[in-house]
Design a protein around this ligand. Structure first.
Ligand code: DNO
Length: 388
């Protein structure tokens, strides 16, 4: 039984079509109803429509990524129960349609964060990049967060003033837009919303957020168990408390804590090697050894970090993450499963013809095709090697 090899599809408006995905050699698709506002119940009719569109191309909708967790649940405010009920209804609706593996994250306000979306690689391709000095410029000069400076290493702080002075107003606007963007098809946040959220999360803190996640998981547990649903939490990307917002899924200890908080099989992990790999505190094979039994979904991506912790998204097999070791372990875990583990190459470079096209950041066709092809080959090599 091989791993299920998928690509993400953002839906009918995705410039990368299902036919492209089929040609890339994927057998499955990871998708979500991005058009439904966060927190609303996903109607069965729309789930079925999406499912049929995918199946018509000979593909399977393997994982739902993501069913977003509304901020009211993350902050456990007065509307929390209302949104929890909607979430449970959505889970039931997905289950009725045969969709049983769900990805979500518990990152406050912002989803993944980068400072550049088209960082030039030496070979002409472009990648996503995170630069701590740029992030600090945004934090201190645009957001003007009080106490921000105490958050950055002195080596970063020393460069902020000069970087800011030299930065054009266009670049500053672009940087702001990139940071506030979130999931492209779902719309970002405004500066003021971000400021308000930072205040709210200040009083919640890491422990409060962990408690809110525990509450979320306990509340959906019954539905998940009745419907045989596997929930997979996506790690924080990057795995640090950025802009003063708490983070609770950034390390081995965090993930172990989450699994133990509601210690039931439905409570699982989306093992995202690019997110966890951006932290030098993380040893990925060690994390996979620790939490592997509850990994039901994997994002396979690589990163290269420099001495400041800045990182770019490198080739899938070439970076700080030992992808051979991760794939070896996934193949081993998969061999003992009733249900195969799904993976997707997470992100890809803009390269070749992609450079002339607009796609969702990180989700170009050719860069991901390359990633998928390399990872598929790696999986086959490992599997055949074991059988010999
Ligand atoms: C970025 C993605 C994330 C991921 C969510 C999961 O490319 O990996 O946006 O889908 O964090 O909830």
């Amino acid at each position: 039984m091989t791993l299920i090899q998928t690509l993400r599809w953002y839906g009918p408006s995705d410039p990368v079509s299902l036919k492209d995905i089929k040609q890339a050699g994927a057998s499955g698709v990871v998708s979500a109803l991005h058009q439904v506002p966060h927190g609303n119940e996903w109607p069965v009719s729309q789930i079925i429509e999406r499912k049929h569109a995918i199946e018509k191309e000979g593909l399977k909708w393997s994982v739902v990524e993501s069913v977003p967790v509304h901020e009211a649940i993350k902050t456990k405010n007065k509307d929390c129960e209302f949104y929890l009920n909607n979430y449970k209804k959505t889970l039931r609706n997905l289950s009725i349609c045969g969709l049983k593996t769900i990805c979500y994250n518990f990152m406050p306000v912002l989803d993944w964060t980068r400072t550049e979306l088209a960082w030039p690689l030496g070979n002409g391709a472009k990648a996503l990049y995170l630069d701590w000095v740029d992030l600090a410029v945004f934090d201190m000069k645009v957001l003007k967060r009080s106490g921000a400076s105490s958050f950055y290493q002195s080596a970063v702080l020393e460069q902020v003033e000069e970087r800011y002075v030299k930065m054009s107003s266009e670049r500053l606007a672009e940087l702001t837009e990139i940071i506030l963007m979130g999931v492209p098809t779902e719309g970002g946040v405004t500066l003021n919303q971000l400021r308000e959220s930072i205040d709210i999360y200040k009083s919640i803190g890491k422990e409060g957020l962990q408690e809110n996640l525990r509450h979320f998981l306990s509340s959906i547990m019954e539905v998940c168990e009745e419907e045989n649903i596997q929930m997979t939490i996506h790690p924080d990307d990057p795995p640090f408390p950025i802009l003063g917002l708490p983070r609770i899924a950034s390390s081995k200890e965090d993930l172990e804590y989450i699994l133990q908080a509601v210690d039931e099989p439905f409570n699982g992990i989306c093992f995202c090697t690019g997110s966890l790999g951006a932290g030098s505190h993380n040893d990925l094979p060690e994390i996979l050894n620790a939490v592997g039994s509850r990994v039901y979904f994997a994002h396979l991506r690589n990163v290269k970090k420099d001495n400041f912790g800045n990182f770019y998204e490198s080739d899938h097999l070439d970076g700080d993450v030992d992808m051979y070791e991760i794939m070896r372990k996934l193949v081993e875990l998969n061999a003992n499963r009733d249900q195969p583990i799904t993976f997707r190459p997470d992100h890809g470079h803009q390269m070749l013809d992609d450079l002339n096209k607009i796609s969702n950041p990180g989700y170009s066709a050719i860069g991901r095709l390359k990633g998928l092809a390399e990872l598929r080959g790696l999986e086959m090599g490992i599997t055949r090697g074991i059988q010999k």
